[in-house]
Design a protein around this ligand. Sequence first.
Ligand code: TPP
Length: 650
Amino acid sequence: MTDRSDRLINTLELPRALRELDGDSLQRVANEARSEIIETISRNGGHLGSSLGAVEIAVALHAELDCPRDAIIWDVGHQAYAHKLLTGRLGSFGSIRTYGGLSGFPCRDESCFDPYGTGHASTAVSAAVGLVEGRLRRAGGASGRREDGVGGPDPDPPGRVVAVIGDGALTGGMAYEALNHAGHLKTPVLVILNDNAMSIEKNVGAISAYLSRLRTDPTLSRFRRDLERMVQRLPGVGDRMAAMGEQLKDSIKGALVPGMLFEELGFTYVGVIDGHDIEQLRFHIRRSLAMESPVLLHCRTVKGKGYAPAEQQPGRYHGTPRFSVSTGESLDPEGPTTFTRAFGEAMVELARADDRVVGITAAMASGTGLDLLREALPERFFDVGIAEGHAVGFAAGLAATGMRPVVAIYSTFLQRAYDQIVHDVCLQRLPVVFAVDRAGLVGADGPTHHGAFDLSFLRVLPGLPVFVPRDERELQGLLATALGLEGPSVIRYPRSVGSGAALSKPIQPFKGPWVDVTRQGSDVLILATGPITVLAEEAADALGAEGVGATVAGVKRVHPLDRDALVPLLEGHRVLLTVEDNALAGGFGSAVLELMADAGLHRLCARAGLPDAFVPQGPVDVLRSDLGLTAKGLAEMARRLLGRGDDAKD
Ligand SMILES: Cc1ncc(C[n+]2csc(CCOP(=O)(O)OP(=O)(O)O)c2C)c(N)n1
């Protein structure tokens, strides 16, 4: 570990002290922050490349602003590590992303310097506009804005608000809705566009190409600006331009002014500037804030800046497991097949067999395993950008032509697309397959990323079968089954390494049974869904050793439940325990209770799953242990149901 004793950053009262430092000292602080990030993330894993690319932006912002009176909202928030270091979290930074430690994202509960929590993309501009407008109203009276003359003098003028958003997050529609609204309101908000031309991987889309033209053409931008000024100064011409009216002026401006897209949305566009030059950043931040109107400051940055392996492979180090700082090599060797990989491989095989099959991702090609399809059959692969709603709407359109789209989206991000699932797919009975990855607890990314709710929000939709494979083999088979349906369907599976189940070649459609009895006993029935079923089996084995007979059945279709299979099982047992890796509210257990009520069955029952609370970050096994989602915890629940509860039996 590096000797930290002579670090400047340790001696400063941050962030206030930054405002007094000269350029060299600020750069020294940035360098020290960068080293701290590299070292800590090499031990904890995390969003390395994104945070390294935003170090100077964080330093410059805190040198110009007066936080927490002023506010910075970091879009996604995965690039905010330097911000954390500069705002009182240097000493605790070693705990980032660990159980009980600092969050990997800005978090309102963690610090007054995080006025707004993030984790999902494209939210920062909306929140910033809301913050400004809310503060203005709070300061000026409920009736309106101070500059409208309403509300009287401001005893405590509201602070300034800055949103920092990446070019990847700027592919999400919500960001444009916010720009559109802010331009209309003329909200005094500064949006810093942190443009590294990368989303997790290379950014996609027409806007990305537009930004790239602005970015790679700075001389032309400057030339256009100079030319505009020159034309306006020419004797007679400037006056005539004014007389020509707004429309003509606008079209001339359009030809001359870079960033016209943002200008048309009501923002003053400033850029492109070097996002690693602290002095330049400070100058433009200061000037932009002084405008007291919507300003977009376009900064060019390098993802992974300052750490060679991350600069060379920005996709690999976007979010990284633990690694050796000297070699860049991962310290967490890849385990056996993950569900994600099994899905990706199945997509390639099934797309080869059926040319109607296409795969769609919202900027998560490698995260979802669809990178395998991109490599094998590029014309059958779509990356739509961070645009989950569009991904689903687009899939609906494709399906309406007879195609068989598979939309692979993490459970937590699918929340964005709920109305598209309901209105565009289910209501129209279109054959879209939803591959819902990262279902259940995900670990260090924490509550913004746990896939806690998908069973609850998906199993209520008419005509939408919800499949829950137990292992990778079932996942592949269920994908084949889903592709054969004439309507929509869902397959939900976790982040974890699979069970190593032998895969069938070629893939065989899974045809059931939907309720698979793997243990027989007469005292208690344990119904479980997904890979967590293995814990139910271990619990049953432990109970069996004590003379308690438990039946375990794995349920592979949560909607609709297989009533014919479940009712006799329920009738044959006195007590019931359900087990799931989803919120208890509205989840699998709730579905079973509904079935029992409808069938007129009354049983003593308990449900194991995620609580009615946001689950914190931490290793999945630790979190599960806290929640009693372990074989031991399940066995104890069963004992209690049977009136044999006894903690001493552990
Ligand atoms: C709604 C949503 N979809 C997907 C993601 C996953 N995700 C996290 S960061 C990221 C890329 C962000 O790119 P950019 O904004 O350019 O930031 P950079 O990492 O390049 O600095 C993606 C797709 C997310 N956080 N939120």
